[in-house]
Design a protein around this ligand. Structure first.
Ligand code: FAD
Ligand code: SF4
Ligand code: SF4
Length: 500
């Protein structure tokens, strides 16, 4: 399919707008309005740069897309959003051209619309139950809620119309927030708004968690995350970098010696999993975490100025089929690899990555080797990756997750030439805090056990949320837990009495 330019898509939208604007539309007429395609960078060009792939709707496009919403009375989309945004409410204001009003509706429930509008798996959340998609019998035809959300959030940022939230008078209470990903950013904002002194402790030299070190610039520009972090600093949240809780100071020390009245733990799931196959220690084998961190956080992609060494990869294999695998594969292409192959044990249909990300990867030239599993990695005399032995699989019965499990076919082993392997098969939680804290309950996966309603842990005054509780999940779920925990922490601190 030919790549439609921004100008072409905008011109088509303007025609549609002339046709439909200022008319009272029937449901049938709304259903007939075509979904607006997201303008994107040409695949042949974008594979040589780190700029954002999806360019964002034009004003005409966002209004046309908003007109597709039926304003359903039961609004099933709201139940599909983990934080329950009033979706018809903000879409109605968007259709009317009241973008500020639209952002305000979103911000009643979500703190990070520019981020969630970009990275939420909308097709599995708010857009999945959308009546328009159901009526047209295709999830691809649901109202593009996330794209509309992104537009109005960007509009607020570009027009400088963002207002600082009001802060309640000081309570004299001191609250620590461990980690600086979306769970912690949200908790910190809500706790600060209630008037507490908030200090954020981040192990790395930069804040933002996976939003900064994991998700690549071409999907989520770092300036957007920075804007949210600047807003936190503007509200008076202090951020301490290079502070590894469990090493720099233990949890108990923060509570008892440093005088924190409550703590929120949002330390994420940053411990990469490996396959434990022979050869995983050869030079040229990376966890996706390390690979992406080198590129994103250490800016290895700025080859002429970055001090971060870049491994000279030509033929790259990526093991895994999720979003992390797609991010690693597309990053490898941008860092100069000649070919990148995603090796996945099942087929395209079972791949857990977002459809949009798989499509983008294919457009950019990433190759996919389905129904293959790695058995071992072979190296040369210098210990550098030279080959990967793969075995062909077939699909058997569905497993506990409902996906058909792969079965290896004996006798189909074969060597494939690769010089780099990126392992992207998932992440677990880092056990550091658990191991250095007495009385903090974790489950068999190492995730902190919390109360569903309050996010309270087994330690009084200590709350937790995001990936450290849920396992590797999503930005919006992490954000939702940060908000839930902050609400319960505010109530807990109020019960502890006035400190002033
Ligand atoms: P994190 O974002 O992981 O932040 C945790 C922070 O805590 C980190 O900065 C870490 O350095 C810090 N920390 C850890 N231990 C300590 C300690 N002991 N002391 C101090 N600081 C500490 N989700 C989506 O919704 N859409 C996507 O498209 C998507 N793509 C992804 C792509 C990649 C490559 C990855 C890895 C994840 C992706 N996710 C995506 C998942 C999503 O990013 C996470 O679910 C989310 O960031 C979790 O937020 P969090 O606040 O719990 O933790
Ligand atoms: Fe949809 Fe995510 Fe926005 Fe909720 S936050 S409405 S799930 S895009
Ligand atoms: Fe609009 Fe779809 Fe939500 Fe109905 S379900 S209110 S059509 S977004």
């Amino acid at each position: 399919m030919a790549h439609a330019s921004l100008t072409e898509l905008d011109a088509q939208a303007k025609d549609l707008l002339n046709q439909y604007q200022d008319k009272s539309l029937t449901a049938k007429e709304r259903l007939a309005i075509p979904p607006q395609e997201m303008p994107s960078q040409d695949p042949n060009k974008r594979v040589h740069n780190m700029d954002e792939v999806a360019i964002g709707y034009t004003e005409a496009q966002v209004k046309v897309e908003a007109l597709r919403c039926l304003q359903c009375k039961n609004a099933p989309c709201i139940a599909g959003c983990p934080v329950g945004i009033n979706i018809p409410g903000f879409i109605k204001k968007t259709a009317e051209g009241d973008f500020k009003g639209a952002v305000n509706v979103i911000k009643e429930s979500s703190m990070l619309p520019a981020i969630c509008g970009r990275v939420c798996p909308q097709e599995a959340q708010c857009q999945l139950p959308c009546t328009v998609g159901k009526s047209l019998k295709s999830i691809d035809k649901a109202v593009n809620i996330g794209r509309i959300e992104r537009y109005v959030a960007d509009w607020e940022s570009h027009t400088d119309s963002r207002e600082n939230p009001s802060i309640a008078p000081s309570t004299g209470k001191k609250v620590g927030v461990v980690g600086s990903g979306p769970a912690s950013m949200t908790a910190a904002a809500d706790l600060r708004r209630a008037g507490h002194d908030v200090v954020m402790f981040e192990a790395l030299h930069k804040s933002g968690g996976v939003l900064v070190y994991g998700i690549p610039e071409f999907r989520l520009p770092k300036s957007i995350v920075q804007e949210e972090l600047d807003a936190l600093a503007g509200m008076g949240v202090t951020i301490e970098h290079n502070f590894l809780v469990g090493r720099t100071a233990k949890l108990e020390d923060l509570m008892h010696r440093e005088g924190f009245d409550a703590l929120f733990l949002g330390t994420g799931a940053g411990l990469p999993k490996f396959l434990n196959i022979p050869g995983e220690n050869y030079i040229g084998v990376f966890s996706a975490n390390e690979y992406l961190t080198r590129s994103n956080l250490m800016r290895a992609y700025e080859r002429n100025v970055a001090g971060t060494p870049l491994y000279g990869s030509k033929k790259v294999a990526v093991f895994g089929g999720g979003n992390v695998a797609m991010d690693a594969a597309r990053t490898a292409l941008r860092l100069g690899a000649e070919s990148v192959t995603v090796v996945y044990r099942r087929t395209d249909e079972e791949m857990p990555a977002r459809r949009e990300e798989i499509a983008h990867a294919k457009e950019e030239g990433v190759q996919f080797l389905y129904l293959h599993a790695p058995l071992r990695i072979l190296g040369d005399e210098n210990g550098r990756v030279q080959h990967v032995e793969l075995i062909t699989c077939e699909l058997g019965e569905p497993d506990a997750s409902g996906r058909r499990s792969p079965r290896e076919i004996p006798g189909t082993e074969a060597l494939h030439a690769f010089d780099t392997v990126i392992v992207a098969i998932g992440n677990a939680s880092n056990p550091l805090i658990e191991r250095t804290t007495k009385g903090l309950d974790v489950n068999h996966r190492g995730n902190i056990v919390v109360d569903d309603e309050t996010c309270a842990t087994s330690m009084p005054g200590v709350y937790a949320g995001g990936d450290i509780v849920l396992g590797a999940a999503t930005v919006i779920l992490a954000m939702g837990q940060g908000r839930k925990a902050a609400k319960a922490m505010n109530a807990y601190l109020a019960e502890q009495g006035d400190a002033t």
